[in-house]
Design a protein around this ligand. Structure first.
Ligand code: GAL
Length: 661
């Protein structure tokens, strides 16, 4: 899992985007050649959605057009990230294989007319996807233009059809071993759900009331494994004929059908798509959130931003434009967090089709446009940063992040609709980002000993082994903050008995929770230190820990709300409510101070970000991004690679990349 081969081939950071010449004619291709040279593009992702062109009839391939484009790009000095087109089966496919169409949980069968109209578990689809990948690999495995393979596009669609039911049963059999074990794991004694034969077991299709949460969790686990197997099918077909790195572009925003940690292990380079979901400083924080996750999924190695928008900020029900300068700043934000380049969806804005209003490197207005001028400036900037390629980012703090807890919290029947997984995860990362601290994500069963501080904002599900791992981490000298409603169910989604959280973690935290007190909508609790909590509160019994703050009213008055426990060589903290943002930030700052973790550049004003990239040979670069509208003096002048001058300050919205002595 490394970008090493790719960046060596490119001679520096990657720059470019999805290139769909099949939407255009020859005169436009000639202009593309010229504009790509002008912009400094060195990598184009080709063929993502071109199945209909590539295989116009089942089993009959037409490679002529693709040969021509690959040769043209190669002659123009542009390397190709060659995609398999399997995210968009052509109409002939769905007519020939109607059983491979996706079915929603309510039984609605979807038809072609959009994209992603397939079921990953349908044998006809899997066979066809393997066939296309193999055909491409046989023909282009050694093509000089091909620098990387791009399998599929954003695995994420779900299906509840009969093929899925059959695969799910096989998966369940492997996981549980027997129907008795499945009945036990799913708690089917409740609501008379006891299964007496495997064919009674279904995916969680639309039903009358709450789904069985353990069934839903197993379905999420199964589906992620199914998607990974579909990726591995294609990857292995390609690897049989090509030695170039293989990836699939992961989607990292707020929904999740995949265990991205597992994908991180199977791709040669972690690549992600990232579209900010809010403007301004929030977009920068979101970029860091996506980038830190991408890096962590790949075990800390450099990764690659496969897609972003030149002029796209998804803000609820509308798409906002980016402010001048943000194309560069957002791209460098990704580079700061470990990306070895910046690519876009897409090169040229489509004239027609479902995404004709999605921004591109060459907008409808053409090259004489602000967007293309900024794209060209970005190409030049990345060209000056080639020496950063392959360097990494180091963190002393980790936020625990695992798919099981996320999926489990999506289940029906939790005690408050305001309990969610992603909100606390983002808040923990944001508090660290606001403090200027570089953050990794880690799984609860990872070796955490290299982190001085670990935050566990949403660890609803915790296996016995992970609970023991966290106990060991604290005993060994770590500082751990566990937040409310964590460690409360085991890997089978069975409640922990005898008090929450799981026993080994209770030992590390020195507390025992004997009752949850969900708060009403808008209700607040006031703590003895003046901070406020919402959503949730708990009856926390001290069992060795000290109360740092207590509840001041209601039935919990006087009871511990925030606790600290000296355990072994470390400290276990527990927070039993959702603090307001400001007080949560104060708590995180206190933990940082206590563990001696500081920002990469001290005393940075709000909205200025600084991250260091480290090369194996000891060279270091400090990337400083000013997300504010004010001039920001640098604490110390430094040599800026972007301008090849000594920088003393950052202009409003400006960026510098300082090579450190
Ligand atoms: C990505 C997707 C692209 C395009 C883009 C538009 O998630 O991979 O194909 O749809 O979104 O934002």
């Amino acid at each position: 899992m490394t970008t090493r081969r790719l960046v060596r081939r490119l001679g520096g950071l990657a720059f470019g985007g999805d290139y769909n010449p099949e939407q255009w004619d020859k005169s436009v291709w000639e202009e593309d050649d010229e504009l790509m040279r002008r912009a400094g593009v060195n990598l184009a992702t080709v063929g993502v959605f071109s199945w209909a062109l590539l295989e116009p009839k089942e089993g009959h391939f037409d490679f002529g057009w693709l040969d021509a484009h690959l040769d043209r790009l190669h002659a123009n000095g542009i390397a190709v990230d060659l995609a398999t087109p399997t995210a968009s089966p052509p109409p002939w496919f769905t007519l020939a294989h109607p059983d491979a169409l996706p079915v929603r949980s309510d039984g609605t069968k979807l038809v072609h007319g959009s994209r992603d109209t397939y079921c990953l578990a349908a044998p006809a689809y899997r066979g066809a996807a393997r066939r296309v990948a193999l055909a491409l690999a046989e023909r282009y495995g050694d093509h000089p233009a091909v620098a990387m393979w791009h399998v599929h596009n954003e695995y994420m669609t779900l299906c509840w059809c009969d093929h899925v039911a059959a695969s799910f049963r096989v998966w369940l059999h492997t996981r549980h071993g027997s129907l008795d074990a499945l009945n036990e794991a799913w708690g089917t004694a409740f609501w008379s759900q006891h299964y007496t034969s495997w064919d009674q077991v279904l995916p969680p299709r639309a039903t009358q009331w709450h789904h069985n949460p353990a069934q839903a969790l197993d379905f999420s686990r199964f589906w992620s494994d199914e998607a990974l197997a579909a990726y591995v099918d294609q990857r292995d077909a390609i690897r049989a004929h090509s030695d170039r790195p293989v990836t699939t572009n992961l989607m990292v925003p707020g929904y999740q059908n995949l265990d991205l940690w597992a994908f991180g292990r199977e791709v040669d380079v972690v690549t992600i798509d990232h579209y900010p979901i809010a403007p301004g400083v929030d977009a920068a924080a979101d970029t860091a959130f996506g980038g830190d996750r991408a890096r962590s999924f790949g075990g800390g190695r450099p990764w690659l931003l496969m897609e972003q928008g030149t002029n796209t900020v998804y803000a609820g029900d509308r798409v906002l434009a980016k402010e001048p300068g943000e194309i560069l700043r957002h791209s460098l934000g990704h580079v700061a967090h470990g990306s070895d380049g910046a690519l876009f969806f897409q090169w040229r804005q489509s004239r027609a089709g479902a995404e004709m209003w999605h921004s591109a490197m060459v907008p409808h207005a053409g090259a004489d446009s602000r967007v293309f001028r900024e794209v060209t400036a970005l190409g030049a900037a990345l060209g000056r940063l080639g020496e950063l390629a392959g360097s990494t980012v180091r963190a002393e703090v980790a936020v625990l992040h695992d798919s099981d807890s996320w999926w489990a919290m999506n289940g029906d029947g939790l005690p408050s609709a305001e309990l969610d997984y992603l909100g606390p995860l983002r808040r923990a990362h944001r508090a660290l980002w606001d403090a200027g601290v570089t953050t990794d994500f880690a799984r609860p069963d990872d070796d955490l000993s290299r982190y001085r501080l670990v935050l566990a904002p949403a660890l609803f599900l915790l296996s016995d082994a992970s609970a023991e791992n966290l106990r060991r981490y604290v005993a060994g000298g770590g500082t751990l903050l566990v937040q409310h409603f964590s460690g409360v169910v085991d890997a089978r989604l069975h409640a922990r008995l005898g008090g929450y959280p799981a026993a080994p973690l209770r030992a590390a935290l020195g507390i025992r929770v004997d009752e949850y007190r969900p708060l009403g909508s808008g209700e607040q609790v006031v703590l003895s230190d003046g901070s406020h909590g919402t959503v949730w509160s708990e009856s926390v019994r001290l069992d060795g820990a000290e109360a740092v703050a207590t509840y001041t009213g209601g039935m919990l008055a006087g009871g511990a709300a925030l606790t600290r426990h000296r355990f072994g060589d470390g400290h276990g903290w527990y927070l039993s409510t959702r603090l307001d943002d400001a007080n949560y930030a104060v708590l995180v700052d206190r933990l940082l101070a206590g563990t001696g973790v500081g920002p990469d550049l001290p005393d940075l004003p709000f909205g200025v970000e600084a991250v260091t990239r480290h090369a194996e040979d000891g060279r270091r670069w400090l990337i400083v991004l000013n997300h504010t509208a004010d001039v920001m003096p640098l604490p110390a002048p430094g040599h800026d690679l972007l301008t090849d001058t000594t920088a003393h300050e950052l202009p409003p919205g400006g960026c510098v990349v300082l090579s450190l002595p």
